[in-house]
Structure formats: C-alpha cells, structure tokens
Write a protein that binds this ligand. Structure first.
Ligand SMILES: NC(=O)c1ccc[n+]([C@@H]2O[C@H](COP(=O)([O-])OP(=O)(O)OC[C@H]3O[C@@H](n4cnc5c(N)ncnc54)[C@H](O)[C@@H]3O)[C@@H](O)[C@H]2O)c1
Length: 345
C-alpha cells in the first residue's frame, strides 16, 4: 500500500527571535502550526518572542542554543521532533564579514551543517533555508533570476553560497531529503500591529534601522554610500520587500516542500526597483519626519543596482506581494513610534 504523507505540523525555526524569523513565526502560528524557536539571542531578545506571542495569540516554544553547540542542538531537535526546519539563524552583515570572515564561515556554514546533522538525528528531512541576493554579486543582467550566475563579492555572500551548496548536496544524497532555498532581496518594514519590527542588538547598519534611529533621535544623519551610480538619482537601486510578504512566502514554501525533488531555489523580492533616495522620500512622506542625509563615497563590494524577477516564486509557489513601498515605510514608522524607548537593547 502506498504511504500517505501527513501535512507538516511542527516547525522548528532557527533564528526565530530575529527580524525575519519573528515575523515568520507569527504567520506560522496563525496558520495553526506548532512552532519551536532555537536562537542564541546574539542579535535579538526574549522580548521579541513575547511580542510574537502577543501578535499571534500563541507563543512559540523557545530554546536558547547556539548553532555551534552540536550536541545541545541535536537534543533540542529530537525533543521537538519537527516536520520542517526553517533555518534563519546566521550572521548577516556584509561589512562585518570582511572583518571577521572566519566567524561568518563558522556560523553560516558549519552552523548549517550542524542543523542538517541535528535533522538527521531526529529524522527530519525537510528544510527551508534563508539565503541572500548577495550570492549573485555584481549583476550581469537585471532583473536577476535564479539562473543568474553566482559570484559573491564578500565573505557573507560566499558563506551563504557555501551553505546553499552543502544543502543541495545533502538533498541529493537521500530521496527523502528536500530543501527550498530562498534568496531574499532587501527585507524592510514591520508587523502592521506595530508590536514587532526590526530590532538589532548592536548599532544598526541596514538602511531602515538607521532611518528609524534618526527619527527616534539616536542618530543625526543617514550616510548614503555613493550618489554617482548610473541610476535614476545616482543612489544605489535595490528591491525592497515587506517582511510580512517574506514571512508569507515561508508558509507557501512549507506547502510546496512535499513536491520538491531535491532542492529548489527561489528569489524573493517585489520585482520593483527602488533607489535609496526614493525609499527615504517615501519614508518622509508617510511619516512627516525629515531624514537628514549625507552622501559619502561608494562602499567596496556594493553594486549599483540589483532587483529580482520573482516570476518563479509566483508561478510555482503562488507568491504575491501584498504590501507597497509606502506600507513598508508606514509600518516601520509605526513600530518605532511604539517602541523607540525600548528598541536597540
Ligand atoms: N535582513 C536582511 O537584509 C537579509 C537579507 C538576505 C538574507 N538574510 C538572511 O536571513 C536570515 C535572517 O535574517 P534577519 O534579518 O532576520 O537577521 P537577524 O540577525 O535579525 O536574525 C538572525 C537570528 O539568528 C540568531 N543567531 C545568530 N547567530 C546564531 C547562532 N550562532 N546560534 C543561534 N542563533 C543565532 C540571532 O540571535 C538572531 O535572532 C539570515 O540568515 C540572513 O543572512 C537577511
């Protein structure tokens, strides 16, 4: 008799206290999944898990654990017995990766191997992995689709590409193993409730957290790296996507995993190019707040413009973005208004 596979119910989320992980936990809990988070809180805090609970109406199980603690990781995985692992945990700063490349390879590559080993220990064979558009490097053509050559320009991008390759080989090695690799473009925004947003522990270095630092009086000026690119206004062009649209993609990913043979890669963005200055103007418009900017030289390793084709995610996953650039700015602003005194712990 043919075996009938039950739909996944239990989702283990590594890095679930972080920016994208916490918003995804909300979507998962609202869909009725049982969720356990494993995180070492190096770039997050326990308050974020409580905020997830407040928004979703149910709190995920939480375990403080480092990806590099292989024995404890395996114990926790076996205790929860997940059907699917969504692996967000990792280090993500391009600049920091050029200063501490070995830490990036340790956490992003070795940490991923530990997650795969823990999955083997507990009999879980389905994974969704957070990769990055950084793996493409300087685009050869735009919009960038999944077939675009990969040529990362910094250790962070190299670490993500290596982790992707490890996962692809793992998936090939056993018929039961399947993985979805998401290459995110530029996630911004916050939950519409205003209770959950992007809240790094150290100094902000992504665009939106820096803007939020300025409107909450923690910083004076936004330094924009380069205004002499061959773009609409000279500033870099990116593909900003609302974090809740990304979160939704993970639910679609779980639903699709049973059809994945080995591994599949999907770019996740809106498919809409937006310059840094266009984002700043949109933010000023929705918030009524002035964002002081200062143009400084280009940053090594930054590309002038890159955005995605999300045709594949649309066709295969049924992925649609629901939020506009104005929503991304309005929700981020709403979040900082509610949380300015407690953010950036
Ligand atoms: N935010 C972006 O712009 C972006 C873009 C592309 C890809 N990504 C990838 O998506 C994933 C999530 O990104 P995010 O923006 O939510 O980052 P984040 O830093 O907010 O979340 C990552 C979480 O992982 C945890 N973590 C880090 N190292 C760990 C370790 N050794 N053991 C256990 N937990 C650890 C952190 O405490 C944090 O809660 C990352 O893998 C990142 O590389 C992010």
């Amino acid at each position: 008799m043919e075996e009938t596979l039950l739909p996944p119910k239990r989702i283990l989320v590594s890095g679930g206290a972080g920016f994208i992980g916490s918003h995804t936990c909300v979507e998962l809990l609202r869909e009725g999944y049982e969720v356990a988070v494993v995180d070492n809180l190096s770039n997050s805090a326990m308050s974020i898990i409580h905020a997830v609970g407040a928004v979703a109406g149910a709190e995920p199980i939480f375990h403080h654990c480092d990806l590099l603690d292989r024995v404890e990781l395996s114990r926790l995985f076996c205790e929860f017995a997940p059907d699917v692992v969504i692996h967000f945990a990792g280090l993500k700063s391009v600049v920091e990766s050029t200063e501490r490349p070995l830490d990036y390879f340790d956490v992003n590559v070795y940490g991923t191997i530990n997650v795969l080993r823990a999955m083997a220990d507990c009999g879980c064979s389905l994974m969704i992995f957070s990769s990055s558009a950084t793996v493409y490097g300087e685009p050869v053509y735009i919009p960038c689709d999944e077939g675009h050559p990969t040529d990362p320009a910094n250790p962070y991008g190299v670490s993500k590409l290596l982790a992707e390759k490890v996962i692809a080989e793992w998936a090939l090695s056993n018929d039961a193993n399947s993985a979805i690799i998401f290459r995110y473009f530029n996630p911004v925004g916050a939950h519409v409730s205003g209770k959950l947003g992007e809240d790094p522990t150290g100094p902000a270095n992504n665009l939106m957290p820096v803007i939020l630092d300025i409107v909450s009086g923690k910083r004076e000026v936004l330094e924009i790296y380069g205004n002499d690119y061959n773009t609409v206004d000279g500033t870099g062009v990116r593909d900003f996507i609302h974090v809740m649209d990304l979160a939704r993609a993970h639910v679609l990913g779980i639903e699709h995993l049973s059809e994945v043979q080995d591994s599949e890669i999907f770019n996740l963005g809106t498919g809409q190019p937006t310059s840094v200055m266009q984002l700043v103007s949109a933010f000023e418009e929705v918030s009524g707040q002035k964002v002081n900017v200062k143009f400084v030289g280009r940053r090594l390793g930054d590309v002038g413009e890159v955005w995605t084709s999300n045709a594949s995610a649309k066709k295969i996953l049924g992925f649609e973005t629901r939020f506009s650039l104005h929503d991304m700015c309005a929700h981020a602003y709403q979040w900082i208004k509610r949380n300015a005194s407690t953010s950036n712990k």
